[in-house]
Design a protein around this ligand. Sequence first.
Ligand code: ATP
Ligand code: FE2
Length: 324
Amino acid sequence: MKVLGIESTAHTLGIGIVDEDEIHANVKSMFEPEEGGIHPRKAAEHHYQKAMHLLNQVEQKSGIDLEEIDAVAFAQGPGIPQCLDVGAVMARALSKRYDTKLVGVNHCLAHISIGTRTTGAEDPTTLYLSGGNSQILELRSGRYRVIGETLDIALGNALDKLARKMGYPHPGGPEIEKLAEKTDDIIELTYPIKGMDFSFSGLVTECERKVNSEEDEVIANSFQEHAYSAVVEALERAMAQEESDEALLTGGVAMNSRLRDMIETMCEQRGAEAYVPPPEYCMDNGAMIAHQGLLELQAGRETVIEESGKKPKWRPDEAEVTWK
Ligand code: ATP
Ligand code: FE2
C-alpha cells in the first residue's frame, strides 16, 4: 500500500511517500521566522505557499505519480491550529481527487513509529524532545502512556528562547550546542527535575539573568548539562520502573550530540540499548506521518471527512493503539 503523508503541525511542511518495503521520498520546507518565535499565521502561509511545490517534488523524488497513491495520511494533532488546517485541507483534497483512503494520525505517535522502523527498536521507552513537545512515552496495555513530561515549556523551545536572548538566530538548539562545545566550565543552576517530570522555564530565566555577567559559552554549557541531565535521569527512572531495555530518543533535540552521549552512557550502564533515528526522521517530516498512516490503515482504521478536523491538543495517550 502506497501512503502519502503530510506533516504540518508546526514550522515544517513535510510530505513523504512510504509503503511496506520502502521510504520512497521525504521532502520538506521549514518556515524560518525572521525574529521571535513561530508566528502561527505566517507559518501557515508558508505551508500554503509551499504545498504545490512539495507535491511536485515528492512525485519527482519518489518516481511515483500521485495517481498511484492508495491512501493519504495527515498529522491531525497536536499542533498549531492554523498550521494543522493546511495539512488537513491538503489531505482531504488529495484523497478526494485521487479517490484514496484518508487517515488522520497523532504526530507524537508517528515520531515513535518512524523511530522504531528506522532503528530496529522494538518496544522502547521513548524520550521525545522537540520545539513543542517534551515527553517520555511507554506502550502499556494498548495506549502510549505519558509517564514523564515537561511541566511548562518544551526543551527545544527553551533552547530557542535562551539563544534568542543571547542574540543568536533560530533554531537555538544547534547554536547553544556550538557554544557549549567551546568550554568545560559550568555554573550551578537549579536542577529542573520532579520525579519523572521536568521543567525548563525557570532554568531559562535563571540563564537569561546571567547573560551580561557570564560568558555565552559557559551559560550554554551550563544550560545543556542541567537540562540534559534532568531528562536523562527521568528517562532512566522510567526505564527502571518499566524494566525497559530499549531507549529511543527522537524529536529535533535528538540531534544534540551531548544529549546522545549522555543517553548512550546511561543505557550502557544499565545494559540497555539506545536508539536514535537518522536526523531527517528525528525532526518533523512527512515520511513519519505516512508510515503511521500505513500502520493504522493496515490495522483497519480510516478517518471519514466529517471527523477529519484538526485536534490541536490531541495527547498521544488519547489515541488507541490498534497497530501493535
Ligand atoms: P514538534 O512539532 O514535534 O514540537 P518542532 O516543530 O519543534 O516539533 P523539530 O524539528 O522536531 O520541530 O524540533 C525543532 C527543535 O529542535 C528546535 O527547538 C531546535 O532548537 C531543536 N534542535 C535542533 N537541532 C538541535 C541540536 N543540535 N541540539 C539541540 N536542539 C536542537
Ligand atoms: Fe515533532
